[in-house]
Design a binder for this molecule. Structure first.
Ligand code: HAM
Length: 460
């Protein structure tokens, strides 16, 4: 039968990579919780209207990239192309803004879908981790959200990120700017791409995002947003930049940054990272402030600010720079039953170890001891528990330290305690056995003959 392949633009996440996703996501969640955010899980499916109204008709996402279909009841549904509009719907529908302290601080994580042309770092199904803070207009709220994104990136190991920020100003600023752009592009748009012709009618700001090289040449001379800001918007942006300076968060002001989604006003930002391999995956995360989005989905007038990271892109840059957390040493125990009776017995023993939070693996086949030892080594197990006919008869198990190769025979009732003792030794494997509480030499504690380097340093 012909093999069935995955859908173009989707990808399987397997083994170590799946571990990396889980660890990165749990680190991001933890930082979100340090900032007093709580998790929400909106559905993947929403009414198409939500994104048309929320993300905006002039955005590429809505015009070209949504997975939209009619369900069996003839409703137009869309697989979410981003989270923010759905989070606003969730807030409004569940009346989260009633009787709660503002801002509402929510984080989320999960798959999103965009019908884009797949390329390096660009998928049709990918994962986002993000946050939204809704209900407080203070620019300090924007500053805190940017600080949180920055803290998250540093926490997962990305120190040298570039944060680009810009302001799109308030409504008045943008209207002034759009008029100036329309004037500027009026006699040029006929020579530009078809997309730009549509953008000119729907939202001339979008033209600034055009990727067609000839159009980019024209865009270079377009008026700058910064010349059309109202005094209030200009002052707000200056205060935000000052606060970022105070928090020692490095940033670059990029007045060409307009973002591809229609809901933003005032501050917008993107994070970029150049991995040592030089791969360009695009922005690793992006976000900004919005004023009209809650209202747009039928709620009250509430401002908000948020960002989303592309988790695939985070994992890719961490992988390129060898910064992915190493989870290859997680296996504690490999159970080695010798014979069929021992297999059943060992399955019980394995489960009792697992109940104690110990990582255990075993295999139900009739492999010989040598083959099982090889398997255990390949999986980086630290300890083997061996059970053959003798042990079954005597009610004992053999526990082998796979690093030192020392082995002991103990009554089965003592197995958990002895295994835990050996594993505890591994946890302290960077402790020296010199007996000095302040020792910092980091020598392996099994190496009884080593000379403590601390003592040399201290001149003892
Ligand atoms: P966005 O810039 O469209 O913003 O996407 C956020 C991040 O998702 C990007 O910076 C990138 O890392 C990742 N991403 C986007 N498209 C792809 C793709 N095709 N393949 C892989 N990764 C991708 C938003 O989605 C806004 N909702 C962010 C936000 C939250 N604004 C306010 N709150």
């Amino acid at each position: 039968m012909e093999e069935i392949k995955n859908v173009k633009g989707t990808h399987d996440i397997i083994g170590e990579e799946a571990n990396a996703f889980a660890i990165i996501e749990s680190m991001l969640k933890q930082v979100a919780e340090f900032f007093a955010y709580t998790e929400v899980r909106p559905p993947v499916l929403e009414h198409s209207e939500l994104f048309v109204r929320g993300v905006g008709e002039s955005s590429d996402v809505v015009r070209k990239e949504m997975y939209t279909f009619l369900d069996k009841g003839d409703r137009s549904l869309t697989l979410r192309p981003e989270f923010t509009a759905g989070i606003m719907r969730l807030i409004v529908q569940n009346k989260l803004y009633v009787d709660r302290e503002m801002p509402l601080k929510l984080y989320y994580c999960g798959p999103v879908f965009r019908y884009e042309r797949p390329q390096l770092g660009r998928y049709r199904q990918f994962n986002q981790f993000g946050v939204e803070s809704v209900g407080q207009a203070n620019y300090l709220n924007d500053a805190e959200v940017i600080a949180m994104a920055y803290t998250m990136l540093v926490t997962i190991g990305l120190e040298n990120v570039t944060l680009k920020i810009n302001t799109l100003g308030d409504n008045q600023s943008r209207e002034n700017y759009k008029t100036a752009l329309k004037d500027f592009f009026k006699d040029k748009v006929a020579d530009m791409c078809d997309d730009c012709k549509q953008r000119y009618e729907l939202n001339p700001l979008r033209i600034l995002d055009c990727k067609v090289p000839q159009d980019q040449e024209i865009v270079k001379n377009a008026p700058k947003m910064s010349d059309y800001l109202t005094p209030e918007s200009r002052a707000k942006f200056a205060s935000l930049c000052e606060m970022l300076d105070d928090m020692k968060i490095p940033y670059e002001i990029d007045d060409t940054l307009v973002r591809g989604l229609d809901y933003y006003s005032d501050a917008v930002f993107e994070f970029h990272y150049k991995s040592s391999k030089g791969n360009d995956y695009g922005a690793i995360g992006a976000g900004g402030h919005y004023d009209k989005l809650v209202r747009e989905v039928g709620g009250p007038d509430l401002p908000g600010v948020g960002f989303s990271f592309g988790v695939e892109r985070l994992v890719s840059v961490l992988k390129d720079d060898d910064l992915l957390p190493d989870v290859s040493n997680r296996l504690d125990v490999y159970m080695m039953p010798m014979g069929e009776d021992a297999q059943k017995y060992c399955l019980n023993l394995a489960n009792s170890l697992r109940m104690q939070g110990i990582y255990v693996d075993m295999c139900f086949d009739s492999a010989k001891m040598g083959a099982q030892i090889k398997r255990a080594a390949k999986k980086n197990a630290k300890v083997a528990v061996i059970v053959g006919d003798n042990e079954l008869e005597n009610g004992t198990v053999v526990i082998k330290n796979l690093v030192t190769t020392e082995q002991i025979v103990v009554p089965v009732e003592e197995m958990i305690e002895k295994v835990a003792d050996i594993l505890e030794g591994f946890e302290h494997e960077h402790e020296c056995c010199c007996g000095d509480d302040d020792c910092c030499c980091g020598e392996h504690h099994h190496d009884h003959d080593h000379e403590c380097k601390c003592k040399d340093k201290k001149g003892e």
